[in-house]
Design a protein around this ligand. Structure first.
Ligand code: SF4
Ligand code: SF4
Length: 195
Protein backbone atom coordinates (compact mmCIF):
# COMPACT_ATOMS: atom_id res chain seq x y z
CA UNK A 1 0.00 0.00 0.00
CA UNK A 2 1.38 3.36 -1.03
CA UNK A 3 1.90 6.18 1.45
CA UNK A 4 -0.80 8.27 -0.30
CA UNK A 5 -3.44 5.56 0.00
CA UNK A 6 -2.55 4.92 3.63
CA UNK A 7 -2.81 8.64 4.47
CA UNK A 8 -6.19 8.84 2.75
CA UNK A 9 -7.49 5.85 4.72
CA UNK A 10 -6.30 7.30 8.01
CA UNK A 11 -7.92 10.65 7.23
CA UNK A 12 -11.21 8.96 6.25
CA UNK A 13 -11.19 6.93 9.48
CA UNK A 14 -10.46 10.02 11.56
CA UNK A 15 -13.26 12.05 9.92
CA UNK A 16 -15.82 9.18 10.01
CA UNK A 17 -16.09 9.37 6.23
CA UNK A 18 -18.34 6.27 5.82
CA UNK A 19 -20.86 7.66 8.31
CA UNK A 20 -21.10 10.99 6.47
CA UNK A 21 -21.33 9.16 3.15
CA UNK A 22 -24.27 7.12 4.45
CA UNK A 23 -25.91 10.20 6.01
CA UNK A 24 -25.93 11.83 2.57
CA UNK A 25 -28.65 9.35 1.54
CA UNK A 26 -30.67 10.16 4.68
CA UNK A 27 -30.40 13.94 4.15
CA UNK A 28 -31.32 13.57 0.49
CA UNK A 29 -34.59 11.76 1.42
CA UNK A 30 -35.44 14.36 4.08
CA UNK A 31 -36.00 16.82 1.26
CA UNK A 32 -38.41 14.52 -0.63
CA UNK A 33 -42.16 14.74 -0.15
CA UNK A 34 -43.16 11.68 1.96
CA UNK A 35 -45.22 9.09 0.08
CA UNK A 36 -46.18 7.04 3.13
CA UNK A 37 -49.86 7.24 4.14
CA UNK A 38 -50.42 7.53 7.88
CA UNK A 39 -53.14 4.88 7.89
CA UNK A 40 -55.79 4.90 9.36
CA UNK A 41 -55.70 8.70 9.78
CA UNK A 42 -54.99 9.09 6.08
CA UNK A 43 -56.68 6.90 3.53
CA UNK A 44 -56.27 6.48 -0.19
CA UNK A 45 -58.96 7.52 -2.62
CA UNK A 46 -60.01 4.24 -4.17
CA UNK A 47 -61.05 3.93 -7.82
CA UNK A 48 -64.67 3.07 -8.62
CA UNK A 49 -63.48 -0.28 -9.99
CA UNK A 50 -62.15 -1.29 -6.55
CA UNK A 51 -63.22 -4.76 -5.48
CA UNK A 52 -64.12 -4.54 -1.81
CA UNK A 53 -66.79 -6.21 0.32
CA UNK A 54 -69.83 -7.50 -1.54
CA UNK A 55 -73.26 -6.10 -0.86
CA UNK A 56 -76.80 -6.92 -1.93
CA UNK A 57 -78.90 -4.18 -3.53
CA UNK A 58 -82.57 -3.22 -3.59
CA UNK A 59 -84.64 -1.48 -6.24
CA UNK A 60 -85.50 2.16 -5.67
CA UNK A 61 -88.90 1.15 -4.24
CA UNK A 62 -87.19 -1.00 -1.58
CA UNK A 63 -87.83 -4.40 -3.20
CA UNK A 64 -84.98 -6.88 -3.04
CA UNK A 65 -83.40 -7.28 -6.46
CA UNK A 66 -82.17 -10.81 -5.78
CA UNK A 67 -84.44 -13.49 -7.22
CA UNK A 68 -82.52 -16.41 -5.76
CA UNK A 69 -81.47 -17.80 -9.14
CA UNK A 70 -78.17 -19.23 -7.81
CA UNK A 71 -76.14 -18.00 -10.81
CA UNK A 72 -73.70 -16.19 -8.52
CA UNK A 73 -73.23 -19.39 -6.53
CA UNK A 74 -72.51 -21.34 -9.73
CA UNK A 75 -70.04 -18.70 -10.99
CA UNK A 76 -68.05 -18.45 -7.77
CA UNK A 77 -64.67 -20.18 -8.18
CA UNK A 78 -64.13 -20.29 -4.41
CA UNK A 79 -67.47 -21.93 -3.67
CA UNK A 80 -68.09 -19.38 -0.94
CA UNK A 81 -71.67 -18.36 -1.83
CA UNK A 82 -74.74 -20.21 -0.58
CA UNK A 83 -78.20 -19.16 -1.75
CA UNK A 84 -81.42 -20.75 -0.56
CA UNK A 85 -84.40 -19.61 -2.58
CA UNK A 86 -88.15 -19.91 -2.12
CA UNK A 87 -91.18 -19.09 -4.23
CA UNK A 88 -92.75 -15.79 -3.31
CA UNK A 89 -96.19 -16.67 -1.96
CA UNK A 90 -97.59 -13.24 -2.85
CA UNK A 91 -96.18 -13.19 -6.39
CA UNK A 92 -96.52 -16.56 -8.14
CA UNK A 93 -93.64 -17.55 -10.45
CA UNK A 94 -91.32 -15.18 -8.64
CA UNK A 95 -88.67 -16.38 -6.27
CA UNK A 96 -86.52 -14.69 -3.69
CA UNK A 97 -83.48 -15.62 -1.66
CA UNK A 98 -84.72 -16.64 1.77
CA UNK A 99 -81.12 -17.11 2.89
CA UNK A 100 -77.90 -15.79 1.38
CA UNK A 101 -74.41 -16.36 2.72
CA UNK A 102 -70.97 -15.31 1.52
CA UNK A 103 -67.94 -16.65 3.36
CA UNK A 104 -65.63 -13.66 2.96
CA UNK A 105 -62.66 -15.64 4.31
CA UNK A 106 -62.72 -17.69 1.10
CA UNK A 107 -63.62 -14.88 -1.31
CA UNK A 108 -60.87 -13.91 -3.74
CA UNK A 109 -62.70 -10.73 -4.83
CA UNK A 110 -62.75 -11.77 -8.46
CA UNK A 111 -66.15 -10.19 -9.13
CA UNK A 112 -67.48 -13.17 -11.14
CA UNK A 113 -70.59 -13.36 -8.95
CA UNK A 114 -71.41 -9.73 -9.75
CA UNK A 115 -70.98 -10.36 -13.47
CA UNK A 116 -73.14 -13.49 -13.32
CA UNK A 117 -76.09 -11.78 -11.66
CA UNK A 118 -78.82 -11.05 -14.25
CA UNK A 119 -80.48 -8.31 -12.18
CA UNK A 120 -77.41 -6.60 -10.71
CA UNK A 121 -78.42 -7.58 -7.22
CA UNK A 122 -74.81 -7.97 -6.14
CA UNK A 123 -72.12 -5.30 -6.31
CA UNK A 124 -68.77 -4.66 -4.78
CA UNK A 125 -68.12 -1.70 -2.53
CA UNK A 126 -65.00 0.13 -1.36
CA UNK A 127 -65.24 -1.47 2.10
CA UNK A 128 -62.04 -3.28 3.04
CA UNK A 129 -61.81 -2.77 6.79
CA UNK A 130 -63.41 -5.88 8.22
CA UNK A 131 -60.49 -7.51 10.01
CA UNK A 132 -61.54 -9.34 13.14
CA UNK A 133 -60.29 -11.71 15.84
CA UNK A 134 -63.25 -14.00 15.23
CA UNK A 135 -63.43 -15.28 11.68
CA UNK A 136 -66.95 -16.63 12.27
CA UNK A 137 -68.14 -13.03 11.91
CA UNK A 138 -66.86 -13.08 8.33
CA UNK A 139 -69.64 -15.36 7.18
CA UNK A 140 -71.82 -12.55 5.81
CA UNK A 141 -75.52 -13.38 5.92
CA UNK A 142 -78.36 -11.83 3.93
CA UNK A 143 -79.04 -9.10 6.49
CA UNK A 144 -75.41 -8.03 6.65
CA UNK A 145 -75.08 -8.08 2.86
CA UNK A 146 -78.16 -5.85 2.48
CA UNK A 147 -76.80 -3.57 5.23
CA UNK A 148 -73.53 -3.18 3.31
CA UNK A 149 -75.46 -2.58 0.08
CA UNK A 150 -77.60 0.12 1.73
CA UNK A 151 -74.77 1.89 3.51
CA UNK A 152 -72.53 1.90 0.44
CA UNK A 153 -75.14 2.19 -2.29
CA UNK A 154 -73.31 5.00 -4.13
CA UNK A 155 -70.07 3.04 -4.30
CA UNK A 156 -71.92 -0.13 -5.33
CA UNK A 157 -73.61 1.70 -8.20
CA UNK A 158 -70.34 3.30 -9.24
CA UNK A 159 -68.82 -0.20 -9.33
CA UNK A 160 -71.57 -1.42 -11.66
CA UNK A 161 -71.16 1.65 -13.91
CA UNK A 162 -67.34 1.33 -13.93
CA UNK A 163 -67.60 -2.33 -14.94
CA UNK A 164 -70.14 -1.48 -17.62
CA UNK A 165 -72.82 -3.66 -16.04
CA UNK A 166 -75.29 -0.85 -15.59
CA UNK A 167 -75.46 2.50 -17.34
CA UNK A 168 -75.76 5.71 -15.38
CA UNK A 169 -78.78 6.88 -17.36
CA UNK A 170 -82.46 7.07 -16.60
CA UNK A 171 -83.63 4.41 -19.06
CA UNK A 172 -81.33 1.74 -17.66
CA UNK A 173 -82.77 2.02 -14.15
CA UNK A 174 -84.88 -1.06 -14.73
CA UNK A 175 -81.87 -3.24 -15.41
CA UNK A 176 -80.87 -5.71 -18.01
CA UNK A 177 -83.29 -8.55 -17.62
CA UNK A 178 -86.90 -8.82 -16.65
CA UNK A 179 -88.16 -11.87 -14.86
CA UNK A 180 -91.69 -12.95 -15.80
CA UNK A 181 -94.54 -10.92 -14.41
CA UNK A 182 -96.61 -12.53 -11.69
CA UNK A 183 -99.56 -14.59 -12.83
CA UNK A 184 -102.49 -12.65 -11.45
CA UNK A 185 -105.12 -15.15 -12.55
CA UNK A 186 -105.05 -18.40 -14.45
CA UNK A 187 -105.75 -18.27 -18.18
CA UNK A 188 -107.26 -21.79 -18.10
CA UNK A 189 -110.48 -22.77 -16.40
CA UNK A 190 -110.28 -25.37 -13.67
CA UNK A 191 -111.19 -28.88 -14.94
CA UNK A 192 -114.63 -30.01 -13.80
CA UNK A 193 -113.39 -33.00 -11.85
CA UNK A 194 -111.16 -30.68 -9.78
CA UNK A 195 -113.70 -27.95 -9.10
S1 SF4 B 1 -65.97 -12.18 -5.69
FE1 SF4 B 1 -65.38 -14.13 -6.65
S2 SF4 B 1 -64.72 -15.43 -4.95
FE2 SF4 B 1 -65.81 -13.70 -4.04
S3 SF4 B 1 -67.91 -14.44 -3.81
FE3 SF4 B 1 -67.81 -13.43 -5.80
S4 SF4 B 1 -67.34 -15.04 -7.28
FE4 SF4 B 1 -66.87 -15.84 -5.22
S1 SF4 C 1 -77.53 -12.30 -6.31
FE1 SF4 C 1 -78.12 -12.35 -8.48
S2 SF4 C 1 -77.17 -14.23 -9.29
FE2 SF4 C 1 -77.17 -14.40 -7.05
S3 SF4 C 1 -79.05 -15.53 -6.56
FE3 SF4 C 1 -79.52 -13.31 -6.42
S4 SF4 C 1 -80.31 -12.79 -8.46
FE4 SF4 C 1 -79.26 -14.75 -8.69
Amino acid sequence: MSVGTLTKKILQAALFYEIWDAMKVTFKHMLHKPITFQYPREQRTLPDTHRGALGLLRYDDGRERCVGCDLCEAACPSRCIKVISLEDAERPLQRYASEFYIDITKCVFCGYCVEACPVNALAMTKVYEFSTHDKRTLLFDKKRLYDIGERHLDDAKKYLYAHNQEKNVEESREYRYYFPQSVIKSTQSTPKHLS
